[in-house]
Ligand binder design. Structure first.
Ligand SMILES: [Zn+2]
Length: 389
């Protein structure tokens, strides 16, 4: 297996990032560490700190050729990390209360720096340009600063990214043709009625009863209005109304998200939820407003780039397996506005080490061996895409 040995420093850096996670948009320490390493490698570092923490490192070989962007995200989640994984104590745990790298972005950042080292050392054997893109705020759907910086460097021929995946065993790589992460849109429904005594509901307009019917109606959208061959999810994750047992409130609210693998289905779901909320509210004499935010399209892997990534994974000795698309969403999708994209999944589960809890859960723990595989895959893909000098 032609895996690149990860220097102890990079493994230590990954652990350091894990111990000091920073929430979306606040990755100042992480960005400073990344910038220092890119500068040490004599890459051109491009930042716009007044606009965000994202930064780029440019490796220009000086020889004509294509331009490839490589992307890593840097932020952590607002979660309290559990010191144990599925088997027992973790090797390394967050030292920051209420923040934890429970999606593996510490691996992405460190793995990309390892790749930057290797590719800088191999510069004389490459053509074209490489742009290392470190994105801030992925978990919150921020990261527009990264894309703005990158767009300034157009033309860019492709962008490649890795996401570690607890759904797959360590040692495996999954590169899907087409949609590989779901699109997403977040909604908040505010139902307004009229307060009344709980014993005399006819004197008011009950927004809780109305919101409950909207919730049931919303769930029927997926089962009755979306083609069963299209994968889509509509989930309400909070529901609030009233504060006591004998008074109907004026208002009831709920929040949730839509997930979809086709933008057309996403737009249909958006319209159908508004129609359902307005129609049910009108029937109940209430009003319903639907507020939307964080539209993110699905990530869609370009077929030729996906084939190249699978071939690169085989070359480095990864076990290339078939896998399902991820129902979670990724701002990686938005780079499609700039150039064709491919996002490779690298397995990080290992039951022997207790690694296998899902991402975004407090017991998530990635097998550290996935760091070497992620870096090796990035290096191999970049070499194959750019070609030799
Ligand atoms: Zn993630």
């Amino acid at each position: 297996m032609n895996r690149i040995p990860i220097e102890d420093e990079i493994a230590a850096l990954r652990r350091d990032l894990h111990r000091h996670p920073e929430l979306s948009g606040r990755e100042t320490r992480t960005a400073a560490l990344v910038a220092a390493e890119l500068e040490r490698l004599r890459l051109k570092v491009i930042r716009a700190p007044e606009k965000g923490n994202s930064l780029l490192g440019v490796l220009d070989t000086g020889r004509p050729g294509r331009t490839l962007a490589l992307r890593a995200d840097m932020d952590a989640l607002p979660l309290q990390e559990n010191a144990c994984n599925l088997n027992g104590p973790k090797a390394v745990v967050s030292e920051i209360d209420g923040a934890a790298h429970m999606c593996g972005h510490d691996f992405h950042t460190a793995g990309m720096l390892a790749a930057a080292r290797r590719l800088s050392a191999a510069k004389e054997r490459l053509r074209g340009r490489l742009i290392f893109c470190f994105e801030s705020g992925e978990e919150m759907g921020l990261g527009d600063d990264a894309r703005a910086l990158l767009a300034e460097l157009k033309p860019i021929d492709a962008i490649f990214g890795v996401h570690v995946q607890a759904a797959f065993p360590c040692g495996t790589a999954v590169v899907i043709d087409g949609s590989c992460t779901a699109g997403c849109e977040t909604f908040a429904v505010k139902v307004r009625g009229k307060s009344a005594h709980g014993a005399m509901p006819h004197l008011g307009l009950d927004p809780i009863n109305c919101a409950a019917q909207i919730l049931c109606g919303a769930n029927s959208i997926i089962s009755r209005r979306v083609n069963a061959r299209e994968a889509a999810v509509l989930t309400v994750c909070n529901f609030h109304g009233g504060s006591t047992w004998n008074r109907i409130p004026d208002e009831c609210r709920m929040e949730g998200s839509l997930r979809f693998f086709s933008e057309r289905v996403g737009r249909d779901l958006h319209a159908l939820l508004e129609q359902t909320a307005a129609g049910i509210a009108a029937a109940d004499g209430c009003t319903a407003e639907v507020h939307w935010r964080n539209w993110c399209p699905p990530s869609v892997n370009d077929a030729a780039l996906a084939a190249l990534a699978r071939a690169a994974a085989e070359k480095i000795g990864a076990d290339v397996i078939a896998g399902e698309p991820w129902m979670a969403s990724e701002t990686f999708a938005r780079y499609r506005e700039i150039c064709p994209e491919v996002l490779a999944f690298v397995g990080c589960a290992n039951p022997d080490k207790g690694c296998g809890a899902p991402q975004h859960s407090d017991r998530f723990d990635a097998d550290e061996d996935c760091l070497a595989l992620s870096a090796a895959l990035t290096v191999q893909f970049a070499q194959d895409f750019l070609g030799g000098a």
